[in-house]
Design a binder for this molecule. Structure first.
Ligand code: CP
Length: 310
């Protein structure tokens, strides 16, 4: 099995068959992860650098674990502990790392397009672990895998993304992926956090009333407000945001059905979601994190030379 692309820069560039290959391979790796011995030799002699220019808990640990489970050699780089703080450029940093014979680069950066820039300049396979407000492809893939695990498939499923759609790379990657796989998508939140003309641009429904959005959907993917990416006041206060758009148990109990609750993390409890929802049986938040390892194993394997030679 092979992907149609050398890099994973975004879901936008993937074909439906690529997404299907990644989900199928991830299912096989998830079975490996249930075994007493969770390690396979698939990426022995492959060297991977994890290049994190922006903070991360889940994605970084998940990639590191996926690489270890595949027996790859790994190098971890964080910009705060590197010569970036002495003024070294992104390209110089990466060329120095590559001269140590690195095969693949996993990269998170606060600038949209940073991994695309690297892909144009260096020969290694690049995997985007989140770039600015652009894309977070492995998050969308693990979200899709988790929905399929719970509901059987994506075709025709109604999925609402709630919250700060404007600044969310998770939202954009989810929209690209879910549309390619035949799901119906709605975005919900305050008008100031939803891009104008998103229906024309991306073919999604828009709803400003949270209860109506929840009544419509099979799955609600609740997003954090990305305060670090906002340079103007886009809503009055976190308390008022919670009153209008916070997903709480009373609201879910008022629906005439049980929906699946997702969140990519990190969660701001009491803002976009309450604890009695995040920790409930309706929530698959921790299953998403668990599935992230299998998805990243699949992506790393399918983009490696080992997959090409099989
Ligand atoms: N979901 C996600 O990207 O989380 P981190 O920022 O902790 O990696």
């Amino acid at each position: 099995m092979q992907l149609s692309t050398k890099h994973l820069l975004g879901i936008k560039d993937l074909q439906k068959s690529d997404i299907e290959s990644i989900l199928t391979t991830a299912k096989q790796f998830k079975e490996v992860l249930q075994r007493p011995i969770k390690k396979v030799p698939s990426l022995r002699d492959t060297t991977i650098v994890n290049l994190f220019y922006e903070n991360s808990t889940r994605t970084r640990i998940s990639f590191e674990l996926a690489e270890k489970r595949l027996s790859a050699d790994t190098i971890n780089f964080s910009s705060s502990a590197s010569s970036v703080s002495k003024g070294e450029s992104l390209l110089d940093t990466v060329n120095n790392i590559l001269s140590m014979k690195v095969d693949m680069v996993v990269m998170r950066h606060s600038a949209s397009g940073a991994p695309h820039f690297l892909a144009k300049h260096i020969p290694a396979a690049i995997i985007n672990a989140g770039d600015g407000i652009n894309e977070h492809p492995t998050q969308a893939l693990l979200d899709a895998f988790s929905i399929v695990e719970r509901l059987g498939n994506l075709e025709g499923k109604k999925i609402v993304l709630i919250g700060d759609i404007m600044h969310s790379r998770v939202a954009l990657s989810n929209i690209y992926l879910l549309k390619k796989m035949g799901a119906e998508i709605m975005v919900a939140g305050p008008p100031t956090l939803i891009p104008k003309h998103i229906t024309e641009a991306l073919g999604v429904k828009v709803e400003y009333n949270l209860k109506k959005a929840l009544q419509w959907c099979d799955v609600a993917n609740v997003l954090r407000i990305q305060l670090e990416r906002q340079n103007q006041v886009l809503f009055s206060s976190l308390r008022e945001y919670n009153l209008a758009y916070g997903v709480n148990k009373k609201l879910l109990d008022s629906l005439n059905k049980e929906i699946v609750i997702m969140h990519p993390g990190p969660i701001n409890r009491g803002v976009e979601i309450d604890s009695d929802v995040a920790d409930s049986n309706q929530s698959i938040i921790l299953q998403q994190v668990e599935n992230g390892v299998a998805i990243r194993m699949a992506v790393l394997y399918l983009l490696s030379d080992k997959s090409v030679s099989n």
